[in-house]
Design a protein around this ligand. Structure first.
Ligand SMILES: Cc1ncc(COP(=O)(O)O)c(C=O)c1O
Length: 453
């Protein structure tokens, strides 16, 4: 059989099996992975046999992310159309570095950007870069922010680095995602040098506390707000924060790794109100847009700031008038991520995307309602796709979560929300059906009742 056909048969069987398979592989299935640890052979092998080894020993050992009952890590599944487009783009083997290395990749990326700016309700003057994930999207946006605020202070950070540079005040909410702090660390801005603003019981930055803090700050400032808390799904009050930050001439950055997609669903868009006043936005396509992994998006209102931060010149590089992809990303050679994003947006259309976002949020509400009816405590206001349920004290939560994970109907992870232990349910996959929700809910409730203390 042709190799690509063989891969597609394996993949189709795999996706079909996921409907009934346990979500997290059992320990004995993971043992199978050892079968791949073959001695590196001197001679080449039959490629069909290579694929067969992966299919036989690795497929059963994978996490069932692409099915409808994986509720960990705020990650989506993969839409068949985005998977197929990803395969096609991989076959094209395009280097999305520049217009010259692939005009097709560059043009498709530009169209995808236009669609994204539209559905995410971002300012039309935005530019954007296709990166590996939200961590790198935060990094990219913050590099532009650093460039811009220091330029205003008369400092060229690209040329001089941060040695003897004017100090930048970095303001974050106390519930900042750790990857944003990592991005700050990588930019030489320090993970621990941040000014932390207290948050409310849902993890939202308190605008009154920000206002007080801003009155004592002078010089370059970057304010980082969050659209979608990784536990509660709550949004910082963007309208107020942007107003306060603007008065202090600050750059406002939004970490909207998954939450930014609320703007694409009319019934959830109220959560995203005010985000449009920011200067930069980071999000993931591999989360709620349900495209394959390693797909993050960095949007910046001021194209010059991002271009200056990512600048690269060499005699062999083009200097044309048109958008050059490498001017907007930290990476140079890279795969054509725009293709699968274009494909899924073309497939869904505005209403298909809105329906998928809304549907997953409704599934989250159903989880909360069902667990509450069964006597369990919901620790957050369920406004988006995130639910935190408590099964009692720490020991009770550990036992119930371990029971749910071992039983295998679905998969959810533990968390701690404002000192209270719980289990986090994230519904981010297009593939989750009502039946998946009811089946998972029944398993959770049954396992919790069997663990009565
Ligand atoms: C708010 C927030 N920011 C950043 C990230 C990091 O995303 P990635 O793993 O795609 O880098 C996450 C991941 O869940 C997140 O929820």
């Amino acid at each position: 059989m042709n190799l690509l056909k063989q891969a597609s048969v394996y993949a189709e069987n795999y996706l079909e099996d996921l409907k009934d398979r346990r979500v997290m592989p059992a320990p004995e299935t993971l043992e199978l992975l050892k079968k791949l640890d073959l001695p590196l052979s001197e001679d080449s092998s039959d490629p069909a046999e290579v694929l067969n080894l992966l299919h036989t020993f690795a497929s059963p050992a994978t996490v069932g992310n692409a099915g409808g009952r994986y509720f960990g890590l705020v990650t989506g599944g993969v839409y068949p159309v985005s998977l197929a487009a990803n395969w096609l783009a991989a076959a094209w083997d395009q280097n999305a570095f520049s217009r010259l290395s692939s005009t097709a990749a560059a043009v498709i990326e530009e169209i995808a950007l236009k669609y994204l700016i539209d559905v995410l309700a971002l300012p039309p003057e935005c530019c954007g870069g296709f990166v590996t994930g939200a961590t790198m999207a935060n990094f990219t946006c913050l590099a532009a922010a650093r460039q811009s605020v220091l330029k205003k202070a008369g400092w060229d950070v690209n040329a001089q680095g941060l040695f003897n540079a004017p100090l930048i005040s970095i303001v974050v909410g106390a519930e900042v995602h750790p990857t944003l702090l990592k991005a700050l660390g990588m930019l030489g801005l320090g993970r621990e040098r941040v000014i932390m603003i207290p948050v409310d019981d849902q993890g939202r930055m308190r605008a009154d506390a920000l206002s007080k803090e801003m009155s004592s700050i002078s010089g370059p400032v970057i304010v980082c707000l969050q659209a979608g808390n990784v536990n509660t799904g709550a949004f910082d009050p963007a309208e107020e924060i942007c107003r306060i930050a603007r008065a202090g001439d600050a750059w406002v950055h939004v970490d909207g790794a998954f939450g930014l997609w609320a703007a694409a669903a009319p019934k959830r868009a109220f959560l995203a109100e005010g985000l449009t006043h920011a200067d930069s936005w980071a999000t993931d396509a591999h989360k709620w847009l349900n495209v394959p992994y390693d797909s993050g998006l960095a949007f910046v209102r001021h194209p010059d700031a991002l271009r200056e931060a990512m600048t690269l010149s060499a005699a062999y590089l083009p200097q044309g008038e048109e958008r050059e992809p490498f001017e907007f990303t930290p990476e140079s050679s890279r795969r054509a991520r725009g293709v699968e994003i274009w494909a899924v947006l073309r497939f869904l259309g505005r209403s298909g995307l809105a329906d998928m976002i809304e549907r997953t949020c409704c599934h989250a509400s159903r989880f909360a309602e069902g667990l509450k009816e069964a006597g369990h405590r919901i620790l957050n206001e369920v406004v988006l796709n995130q639910v935190i349920v408590s099964f009692g004290d720490e020991e009770a939560n550990c036992r119930v979560i371990a029971g749910i994970q071992q039983e295998g109907t679905c998969w959810c992870g533990p968390t701690v929300w404002q000192n209270q232990p719980g289990m986090r349910i994230s519904v981010s996959s297009w593939a989750t059906t009502e039946e998946d929700v009811e089946r998972s809910l029944a398993a959770m409730i049954r396992i919790a009742s069997e663990q009565k203390f």
